[in-house]
Design a protein around this ligand. Structure first.
Ligand SMILES: NC(=O)C1=CN([C@@H]2O[C@H](COP(=O)(O)OP(=O)(O)OC[C@H]3O[C@@H](n4cnc5c(N)ncnc54)[C@H](OP(=O)(O)O)[C@@H]3O)[C@@H](O)[C@H]2O)C=CC1
Ligand SMILES: O=C(CO)COP(=O)(O)O
Ligand SMILES: [Zn+2]
Length: 359
């Protein structure tokens, strides 16, 4: 009984908690780069910044961002050529004592800034120059390591500033790769559900619903995704954002990364520097959708409409290497159970790659 005589009910304790981190300010649109000083003011970010950019993306937006940041705080530059544990340590040293990290570029630049931000316990602002991957707003980062790849916990951006003018001007190949990365959510989800049924891995229905809806929006609008159209850049950036949020809800990259991603990571080892991340995942998704017994032709049609490759040859990768990547995929993150972990022989792998060329 409470002091007021009200009978208190004993409620069962749910011994469960979850901490999800999501972006706070999201600015998407034409010429929004100029909003950066305002965003820093809104988020009360001041002091000093370390701006990460790439060799090519420096000219696209990195220099402009550096000038804008220097209007409101001290800023230094760190050029990311490739992402490795060594480069990350180097960047952490350069970022010691810095108040905010800003990533301006493609996926490698953004992932590096994200990891350094997490390790240095300082916020990070994401400024993608291309809609090529769904890590622009996620709380995960992928790092290639010897013999594979690791998915690390990282800081999601405190702010995402996506300038659709810059993104639409980027080579169409990058936008098409971003679409393919999102379309591959279809099979990532099937793999997660398979692991749930076979291994008892917990799933998040909300993360699955969001990731699937995102893939559906891109597939349904495949006809409307056009090169150098700011409208298309809008559509794709929003999809990448919601796919990233799905990963943050899940607390892992599971809703957006399954066997098709393991295939892509294996290709990065076997045929480095040929295909883009999203392109490889898209092709992997056609194959794993076939293995799941789903509409693999539908995935292939969407990718073709968008202008993403559907065969290894289109990425400059020979079929033998692609088949090897399929066989090796299960060795990448063996703890992540997918349909490719059920056993793919060399013979089957060759047949699966040949299937991609079928009319
Ligand atoms: N954290 C996550 O949740 C996710 C992470 N990823 C990771 O992201 C990476 C893939 O990203 P992706 O962007 O495809 O690869 P990269 O970061 O390697 O970028 C590909 C190329 O595009 C160039 N580029 C970027 N923007 C422009 C532009 N506007 N105009 C001309 N060139 C441009 C880059 O230039 P530059 O040389 O200047 O860099 C680079 O040469 C992988 O490492 C992948 O693992 C992918 C999905 C999700
Ligand atoms: O690329 C991702 C989602 O699109 C996530 O990357 P991982 O495969 O490294 O988890
Ligand atoms: Zn991906």
């Amino acid at each position: 009984m409470s002091p007021d005589g009200i009978k208190l009910l004993k409620t069962p304790v749910l011994d469960k908690s979850k901490w999800m981190q999501l972006p706070r300010d999201v600015i998407i649109g034409h010429d929004v780069l100029a909003q950066l000083p305002k965003v820093c003011e809104d988020l009360q970010v001041s002091g000093s910044a370390l701006v990460f950019s790439g060799k090519g993306t420096m000219d696209v937006a990195g220099s402009q961002v550096l000038s804008l940041v220097r209007e409101v705080m001290d800023a230094e530059l760190f050029i990311v050529d490739t992402i490795t544990p060594e480069i990350i340590s180097e960047a952490e040293e350069a970022g010691s004592g810095v108040d905010v990290f800003i990533g301006v570029g493609g996926g490698k630049v953004i992932d590096t800034a994200k990891i350094v931000s997490y390790n240095c316990c300082r916020p990070f602002i994401s400024i993608p120059t291309a809609a090529s991957h769904d890590g622009i707003a996620s709380s995960r980062a992928s790092v290639p390591v010897k013999g594979g790849s690791v998915s690390l916990e990282a800081n999601p951006p405190i702010a995402l500033i996506a300038d659709t003018g810059i993104i639409a001007a980027a080579p169409h190949r990058l936008l098409a790769a971003g679409c393919a990365d999102v379309i591959s959510n279809y099979t990532a989800i099937l793999d997660w559900e398979l692991s749930h049924r076979l291994r008892g891995e917990p799933v998040s229905e909300y993360a699955i619903a969001l990731a699937r809806m995102t893939a559906e929006i891109i597939s349904k609008n495949a006809d409307l995704i056009k090169p150098h159209s700011e409208e298309s850049a809008w559509t794709v950036v929003k999809a990448l954002l919601s796919s990233g949020v799905a990963m943050s809800i899940a607390g892992s990259s599971r809703p957006a990364s399954g066997g098709e991603h393991k295939f892509s990571h294996a290709l990065d080892q076997i045929a480095p520097g040929k295909g883009l991340h999203g392109e490889q995942c898209g092709i992997g998704s056609i194959i794993t959708m076939y293995l799941h017994g789903g509409d693999w032709r539908g995935i292939r049609t969407s990718l073709k409409k968008i202008g993403a490759p559907t065969t290894p040859k289109e990425m400059g990768i020979d079929d033998y290497s692609a088949a090897q990547a399929l066989v090796l995929a299960h060795t990448i993150r063996p703890e992540r159970f997918t349909i490719l972990d059920m056993g793919v022989t060399e013979e089957v792998a060759r047949e699966l790659i040949a299937m991609l060329y079928e009319e």
